[in-house]
Design a protein around this ligand. Sequence first.
Ligand SMILES: Cc1cc2nc3c(=O)[nH]c(=O)nc-3n(C[C@H](O)[C@H](O)[C@H](O)COP(=O)(O)OP(=O)(O)OC[C@H]3O[C@@H](n4cnc5c(N)ncnc54)[C@H](O)[C@@H]3O)c2cc1C
Ligand SMILES: NC(=O)c1ccc[n+]([C@@H]2O[C@H](COP(=O)([O-])OP(=O)(O)OC[C@H]3O[C@@H](n4cnc5c(N)ncnc54)[C@H](O)[C@@H]3O)[C@@H](O)[C@H]2O)c1
Length: 451
Amino acid sequence: MKTKHYDVFVIGSGIAGQTAAEKAAKTGKKVAIADNREYGGTCALRGCDPKKIMLQFSEILQQSKQLKDLGVKKLPTIDWKKVQKFKTSFTSAVPVSTEKELQQLGIDLYHQSPKFLSESEISVEGKTISADKFVIATGLVPRKLEIKGRKYLKTSDDILQLKKIPKSVVFIGSGYVGMEFSSMLNSLGCKVTMIDSSDEILNVFDSYLTKKLRKELKNRGVTFHFNTDVIKIQEHTKNYSIVFQKNEEKHRIKARMIFNTAGRVPAIGNLDLDKANVAYDDSGVLVNNYLQSTTNKNVYACGDVSSKSLPLTPLSGLQGHIVGSNVIKENSEEFTNPLVPSVVFTHPQLASVGYSESEAISRYKKIKVYKDDVSNWYNAKKENASAYAFKIIVNERTDEIVGAHILSSKAAETINLFAMAINNKMTAAEFKRQIFTYPSYASDAKSMLAN
Ligand SMILES: Cc1cc2nc3c(=O)[nH]c(=O)nc-3n(C[C@H](O)[C@H](O)[C@H](O)COP(=O)(O)OP(=O)(O)OC[C@H]3O[C@@H](n4cnc5c(N)ncnc54)[C@H](O)[C@@H]3O)c2cc1C
Ligand SMILES: NC(=O)c1ccc[n+]([C@@H]2O[C@H](COP(=O)([O-])OP(=O)(O)OC[C@H]3O[C@@H](n4cnc5c(N)ncnc54)[C@H](O)[C@@H]3O)[C@@H](O)[C@H]2O)c1
């Protein structure tokens, strides 16, 4: 069979793969890209963007509930069919525009999962293809739960396609995905139960704030079960039941839908990486600081699937750029872990940037912690919100801000102020001297560093 040759072959058309492919093509490299789903990737089609479109409707409802009898007479009715139609107007355009953009740069498109045949060859759509450089940018997929009845479990893809709001749901896993969608469905009137094998929600975040967020959602009717061991899922006429063990006791909960939100794992199962001598583990394709495979120098990995990723869109885009540079000019750019703010879009939002309290102690020894429950501050009171709290961490010796953790209805925005402050090595005193708009959550950020 005839072998086709490219300078660069990219696998995965999400933000990371697209960015790397486009960068290489713009310098005249002969580039191809393959995806086994619609072109555009998780963020634009099945993640961040469609999720935020839907979430704004549950937020309107939640805000209205908080202001009921304080001026809101009747709660708004959400027309879910229209919400879906609105969301689809964004997502349906993505595959076509992505393919067009790539093709306009002269990039060849393939619509299947390639399989490596050797260190420098793949097979895709019945063709054998060789390339000087391969870029793996296949992202993550939901972790498979090895339990009886797992075929009945739904994933975040299904939540985004819901035709109507179910009466009741169970989420297995209270991380980013589970918490964002549980908050959304709870606000939309669904009975939500969260089941997690660990002892707290969102355990990569500050526990002072996660406890408050959990309490807030509990008060709104969400039920939480921790330290659980899921045993099986069973199908009934209209419902499903989940059987799990907690404190050596068996529990059974019935719900209309059960979602697997127990984490996401590298999407490398279809690629035959062993044939290409590409090393990998649970963190993804093992890469060095150039995002180059540690075992095959002609293979790079970027975005969620690389072992140096933090699965967030801005970081995946950055890694795509770096790999783009490195396939054009061998290892011209290094990946040095940037400061990455992150937010969980629950209501209220939980956001974080920089060091946690324990990380800061081990790094700086002496730190100053500004922490408070400020649900009595004007911004929370005017929204009749019951949760508003923060923890800001400062290096005591230099007065530099080194970490910020916020729970508030606008934390996704406020956290960016702290990201800028930390990146610019701003001291708490300098931060407090800034003039921000008033009344605003930004102006609260200064008050967080008072006394
Ligand atoms: C529900 C949800 C909500 C999220 N919300 C946010 C958010 O609010 N903010 C944020 O920063 N991040 C969010 N994320 C994470 C964000 O979506 C990812 O970090 C980002 O999309 C990763 O980009 P990527 O290009 O590395 O991978 P992806 O976008 O996942 O792209 C990988 C591509 O590779 C393709 N692929 C996989 N296997 C193969 C194969 N064998 N052959 C060919 N193609 C293959 C896939 O079809 C996909 O198109 C969210 C994720 C989810 C699931
Ligand atoms: N707003 C955002 O930026 C955003 C939103 C969604 C996803 N993401 C990204 O996607 C990644 C994946 O998110 P995720 O929510 O899928 O995973 P996660 O790692 O955040 O959470 C998984 C949760 O499932 C629990 N779990 C694991 N196995 C379990 C089991 N067998 N039974 C019960 N519970 C179990 C874990 O204890 C954890 O709480 C995140 O790390 C994040 O970077 C980001």
